[in-house]
Design a protein around this ligand. Structure first.
Ligand code: SF4
Ligand code: SF4
Ligand code: SF4
Length: 248
């Protein structure tokens, strides 16, 4: 059993806007790129160009079609990575102390040299946010790009998680939820930011902004004029053209 800190000085995390995410997967690719080349063991792939490719990712985007009681169906793209829970069961279940939550900023990390690949943390995480790297035999998870956000070698505008820096839709935001005046705290408060599965009691730090309902058109069917049946007998100019062509 590994202990969690009673409290953390900061609560760094992400706000993900489900209203503006377009499911482009740019965050998935930039996450894989950064985390394969930098902190810890690379994120391996198995049979990447074969019939059944698989691999390790710290961030995945799932897409769902949602049909409301009234109105049109809506496609919701749902990016998912570790939520850096305050009451993280993946940490308390770890038998070696490899999984831990940092006191200074609340980031949940894995010390890979102490990880024995037992998979207990993946079993304990209710969000499926941990992946065992098949080639390396160690547990991987979102690091909140800890090696970018404090990295003095990077230009200041790059000292945010790779997924946040990359998202072309501006759907991902990074900051400190312990500060009620931070941009992420205000955004979550203004837009009704949601915890994922609060009934699990994990107190995730990340927040999701719910998708707004699509504009209703008041019963007007925009496609109706285009779908109207075509007259079997041409009239007007087309009738003249038809007759002219018949004579040729
Ligand atoms: S989302 Fe899962 S892996 Fe991340 S801190 Fe919570 S329980 Fe642990
Ligand atoms: S914060 Fe970093 S490690 Fe986490 S999902 Fe984003 S890019 Fe991946
Ligand atoms: S990069 Fe942004 S818009 Fe694209 S899938 Fe990720 S969160 Fe959504």
């Amino acid at each position: 059993m590994t202990e969690l800190p009673a409290t953390t000085t900061r609560k760094l995390g992400l706000v993900i806007d489900l209203d503006t995410c377009v499911g482009c997967h740019a965050c998935v690719i930039s996450c894989k790129g950064w985390n394969t080349e930098n902190y810890g063991a690379p994120l391996s792939d198995q049979d990447p160009y074969g019939a059944e490719p698989s691999g390790t990712f710290l961030n995945r985007v799932h897409s769902y079609e949602v049909t409301p009681d009234s109105g049109t169906a809506q496609l919701v793209h749902f990016p998912k990575s570790c939520l850096h829970c305050e009451d993280a069961p993946c940490v308390t279940v770890c038998p070696t102390g490899a999984s831990y939550k940092r006191v200074e900023d609340g980031i949940v990390l894995v010390n890979e040299s102490d990880c024995i690949g037992c998979g207990l943390c993946a079993w304990a995480c209710p969000y499926g946010a941990r992946e065992l790297d098949e080639a390396e035999g160690v547990m991987k998870k979102c690091t909140l790009c800890v090696d970018r956000i404090y990295n003095d070698n990077l230009p200041e505008e790059d000292r945010v998680p790779a997924c946040v820096r990359t998202c072309p839709a501006g759907a991902r935001h990074f900051g400190d939820f312990a500060d009620p005046e931070s941009a992420v705290s205000k955004l979550a408060a203004e837009r009704g930011g949601l915890e994922l599965m609060p009934e699990q009691g994990t107190r995730p730090v990340n927040r999701y902004l719910p998708p707004r309902p699509k504009d209703r058109l008041g019963g007007i069917d925009l496609l109706a004029p285009l779908l109207a049946p075509v007259a079997e007998e041409p009239s007007g100019f087309f009738a003249w053209l038809d007759k002219t062509l018949d004579r040729i």
